[in-house]
Design a protein around this ligand. Structure first.
Ligand SMILES: Nc1ncnc2c1ncn2[C@@H]1O[C@H](COP(=O)(O)OP(=O)(O)OP(=O)(O)O)[C@@H](O)[C@H]1O
Length: 270
């Protein structure tokens, strides 16, 4: 059914790939009041790959990312047109439970934003509200496993009841990743997750992203070309609200089809 959907030339690179499509944006346009921020974006997100969204400031990368789990819903003036599907199901369908959607499509923000609670409670919060643990032991298991997957457990195992806000910036960001993982998401959206971190903390998050792609589909917005090249398998280039080009990261950084991509990755604008 999914593969029967209409495609446009800009999606050729995605269509020729043989990986399953986890999420699909079709003719996605977004308006903030009168201002149109995205124009007819067609973009497929492949399963268990890292897709990087790149492009100059204000080109609509974050807007597109936020549409994938309806983070734009609370913005009164935001209006989304077109279709976004998760495993073929329209995420804007009125019958969709948005809380459930955001558990399946989790988000990690630019600035680490742990709750003002203990490390343990930061991670157990999601599983608790979603009723994922039947006992205390099960909850502990989820928390420990999530912290391990986020590469943080060894650093915090002796102080799980201390505040999450007391950790370093990089540790806080890994705590936020553990929090996202704890509700067993299928997709993790990351909006410039390293922009507030130093190079060492950034390298740790990048390593983590590389490991996480074995189990999760990841979409990352980044301003760093090096980061996009290092962590992603696919790259989508946006400019002035349009998707310019999408394809294998290697090709996008060595031999892009569009001059705007070439100019952007070589630092001629943006
Ligand atoms: N809440 C909002 N209200 C009004 N306009 C908005 C809002 N959020 C984004 N915009 C506008 O939509 C356009 C796209 O913004 P968006 O944040 O998606 O771009 P971006 O590529 O992620 O930019 P950056 O790299 O600077 O974060 C910009 O012109 C921005 O000013």
């Amino acid at each position: 059914m999914l593969n029967d959907m209409k495609t446009t030339p800009v999606k050729e690179a995605a269509v020729r790939a043989n990986r399953p499509i986890k999420m699909r944006g079709e003719k996605v346009s977004v308006y903030y009041g009168q201002k149109q921020a995205l124009f007819d974006v067609d973009l497929d997100i492949e399963e268990r790959q890292v897709t990087a969204l790149i492009g100059p400031s204000g080109c609509g990368k974050s807007t597109f990312l936020r549409c994938l789990n309806r983070m734009n819903d609370p913005i009164d003036i935001a209006r989304v047109e077109g279709h976004i599907t998760l495993d073929g199901q329209d995420v804007y369908d009125p019958d969709i439970d948005v809380v459930e959607l955001r558990a399946r499509v989790g988000m990690v923000f630019q600035k680490p934003n742990p709750f003002p609670k203990s490390i343990f409670d930061n991670v157990s919060y999601g599983p608790r509200i979603h009723g994922l643990a039947k006992s205390k032991a099960e909850m502990e298991d989820i928390v420990v496993t999530s912290l391990r997957k986020a590469g943080l457990y060894e650093e915090v195992k002796d102080r799980l009841d201390e505040p999450g806000t007391g950790l370093s910036g990089g540790q806080q960001q890994r705590l936020c990743i553990a929090r996202a993982i704890a509700v067993s998401p299928e997709v993790i959206l990351m909006d410039e997750p390293c922009s507030a971190l130093d190079p060492i903390a950034t390298a740790k998050i990048e390593e983590l992203i590389d490991e996480l792609k074995q189990n999760y589909t990841i979409v990352i917005v980044t301003h760093s070309m090096q980061q996009a090249a290092r962590v992603s398998q696919r790259t989508a280039m946006f400019h002035l609200g349009s998707l310019v080009e999408v394809g294998a990261t290697e090709k996008m950084f060595s031999n892009p089809d569009d001059k705007r991509t070439q100019d952007y990755i070589t630092g001629r604008f943006g």
